[in-house]
Design a protein around this ligand. Structure first.
Ligand code: PRX
Length: 656
């Protein structure tokens, strides 16, 4: 490194706040700081600004109806169709512009103009209808990052059938649980996909899941692998291309949906083992996804925008599909891993497509940082105008690396805090307003009332840590958990609401700190959820998988700090008599977890113990197990029934 470079590095290391680059501010969608006050003074009507980004078949009567809290309703009386908003309304002006630019892992490309995507979506909507899908039937999708996934989602939206996308990396069991929970009778999947150049059989996994499906299922199978994988279709299984060919040129009028009609379900992990079916609606969700894409990601129709997430998670729903397409921009989709065939794959895509915004996860940034700056340096990244992160806290070092080596110190970074349940971003700086502080997400967005409180619900002082709460509703919020209003109230509204006073407070179950400027630094989940590489996993789900392994009597799972993944899964297991701790059992547990949930939940470490630390009332002290995993000083162990076990476990964790 030259002297000058060394000096620059040192300066960057010390700097803890950054102004938005002037070049960016000039052309930004939102650049007037008055927006915060405007939203505040005009709440909830301020949200018309989000609704105005959509085309409504019939205007709404009221912005917000709060007669039956916490079952809020947004834009009531309004009618619209999400697929028409993402496609049809762009046809006149932007029909020939690209909607989706897709790149497969092997380098093959497919692109769809708005006209082409519109045609594909119409044809597949006709297919679904023909198969018997009716309005409000839940269609499950179990697909990797191939264009047929957004096509199928938009086709569902067109005919008013909610989709439920299950991440392709999830297991057969996870698929079955989600299909059964949603009473879903339709599945769209594919034969397989490529990972690091090798074809991966996906259909067998889907079929295994279908064996446990409680309802008779009609399945559509996309042929992604061609000759690379022979697959046979079973009874009630159809080839995607054959069905679409029969519907060539079909036109399906978009079904007019109420603003509050369900657009989709997305299952996510919570405190108990059963995944939660988060319900999002057509008007509120779509306007919120569009508004945040406009205000935070600064998406403009002429942009080439890339969110390098997977559509199997909420980030991909809101910011690969619905937000960007509602705004009529070009959304890039990449099928594969960032290091195949080489570690510069992402930068090659940025250069080749001229990507303007890149939205990715801190875990990926940490990997890029580890691989080294020579990979981005091979490419011209000057098309980039904005960078974003999501999914987990970003450490200042990774933030600064991203800022310098990817953004060339000329792109603002938005560190966006939100959740499956919130539908879209909640806490982040606006990229052209206010300074950025690496590691801190920033203030709540205009109109969002997020605060930090202590256990009693009192707001904490700057500098203190507390729990994040949101004490006013917002359009993108979940409406309920599918067919489980009780659990919806229990999970999200019971901790801080005062029912008698009619004060309803949403609790996202995250801890955070707040500074003098109102910037919020997220510290992580305070419930039994582990965040592995930005993926949310429930400890209960993992524990029940471990206990399901023959020979395991009891288990506890916690998240241990991990340099790359943020958190990693630590399993503490007690074996039944007659079973020996050792490699064989460890392997059985690892396989058991992968089978029940998927490879993302693969335990980093399995520790065999004869006891778990328990309180006198018999509750496992997970906090202690977490401290042990992180090699941290242990807190108070005096409330334990069996304090000796702690030292024993500590020895086992640090022993190798
Ligand atoms: O703990 C927070 C973390 O991810 C959780 C939500 O996970 P999920 O519903 O899967 O949605 C992920 C993508 C929106 C949150 O409760 N999280 C998300 N974004 C951030 C974050 N933690 C810190 N900083 C973020 N920017």
């Amino acid at each position: 490194m030259s002297d000058e470079e060394t000096q620059l590095e040192a300066r960057l290391e010390e700097q803890d706040s950054f102004e938005p680059p002037a070049s960016f501010v000039e052309g930004a969608n939102v650049s007037d700081p008055a927006i915060y006050d405007e939203f505040e003074e005009n709440w909830p009507e301020c949200w018309e600004r989000a609704a105005d980004l959509l085309e409504w078949d019939e205007p709404y009567d009221e912005v917000l109806v709060d007669d039956d809290e916490p079952f809020y309703e947004w834009f009531t009386g309004g009618k619209l169709n999400a697929s028409a908003n993402c496609l049809d309304r762009h046809l006149d002006d932007r029909g020939e512009e690209l909607a989706i630019q897709w790149e497969g892992e092997l380098g093959e490309t497919r692109e769809f103009t708005y006209e082409e995507l519109h045609r594909e979506v119409n044809e597949f909507a006709a297919v679904l209808r023909d198969l018997g899908v009716e309005e409000d039937d839940v269609v499950t999708m179990y697909m990797p990052m191939i264009p047929e996934l957004p096509i199928a989602m938009l086709a569902c939206a067109r005919i008013g059938a909610p989709h439920s996308v299950v991440f392709a990396g999830f297991s057969a069991d996870a698929l079955a649980t989600r299909m059964n929970s949603a009473d879903s009778e339709y599945l769209v999947t594919c034969d397989g996909y490529y990972r690091r150049g090798d074809p991966l059989d996906h259909l067998s996994k889907a079929n295994e899941g279908l064996e446990d499906a409680e309802r008779e299922t009609t399945t559509v199978v996309v042929d992604r692998l061609g000759d690379d994988l022979d697959h046979e279709l079973g009874e009630n299984q159809h080839d995607y291309d054959d069905l679409v060919a029969e519907q060539a040129g079909a036109v399906v009028e978009p079904v007019v949906r109420d603003a509050e009609d369900m657009l989709f379900l997305m299952y996510t992990s919570g405190t108990t083992g059963e995944p939660k079916g988060v319900k999002h609606t057509t008007g509120g969700y779509l306007s919120y996804a569009a508004w945040t894409s406009h205000a935070v990601l600064d998406v403009k129709p002429d942009d080439t925008y890339w969110c390098a997430a997977d559509i199997g998670w909420i980030t991909g729903h809101s910011y690969i599909v619905y937000g960007p397409l509602a705004l009529g921009t070009t959304s890039v989709m990449y099928e594969g891993t960032p290091d195949y065939p080489e570690k510069d794959r992402l930068w090659e895509i940025v250069e080749d497509y001229g990507v303007n915004q890149l939205y990715t996860a801190p875990t990926a940034i940490r990997a890029f940082m580890k691989w080294g700056s020579e990979y981005p340096e091979r490419h011209d990244l000057s098309s980039l105008r904005l960078l974003g992160t999501v999914g987990e806290p970003i450490n200042p070092k990774a933030w600064k690396w991203y800022y310098k080596h990817i953004g060339n110190e000329a792109c603002p970074i938005v560190d966006t805090w939100w959740q499956t349940e919130t539908g879209g971003m909640m806490i982040t700086t606006l990229p052209a307003i206010g300074e950025m502080k690496p590691g801190s997400a920033g203030p709540p967005l205009p109109g969002i009332s997020a605060k930090l409180v202590d256990e009693t619900g009192e707001e904490v002082a700057p500098g203190e840590a507390g729990y994040v709460v949101v004490d006013r509703p917002w359009p993108g919020m979940l409406r309920t958990l599918y067919r489980n209003d009780e659990r919806f109230i229990d999970e999200y509204w019971s901790a801080y609401s005062d029912e008698e006073e009619d004060e309803w407070v949403y609790f996202p179950e995250d801890g955070a700190k707040i500074d003098d400027d109102g910037y919020i630094t997220i510290l992580g989940r305070v419930d039994d959820v582990i965040n592995v590489s930005g993926h949310r996993l429930g400890t209960m789900e993992i524990e029940s998988a471990v206990v399901g392994v023959e020979g395991v009597a009891e288990a506890a799972t916690v998240g241990g700090d991990h340099e790359m993944k943020g958190e990693a899964v630590y399993v503490y297991a007690i074996l039944e008599d007659g079973y020996e701790p050792g490699e064989e059992m460890e392997q059985a547990i690892i396989e058991g977890v992968e089978e029940a949930i998927g490879p993302i939940a693969r335990p980093e470490k399995v520790v065999f113990t004869s006891e778990l630390p328990k309180t006198r009332s018999g509750k496992i002290m997970r906090r202690l197990l977490e401290d042990i995993a992180n090699d941290e000083e242990l807190g108070d162990t005096s409330t334990l029934r069996n304090p000796d076990v702690v030292e024993d476990i500590q020895g086992k964790v640090s022993g190798d």
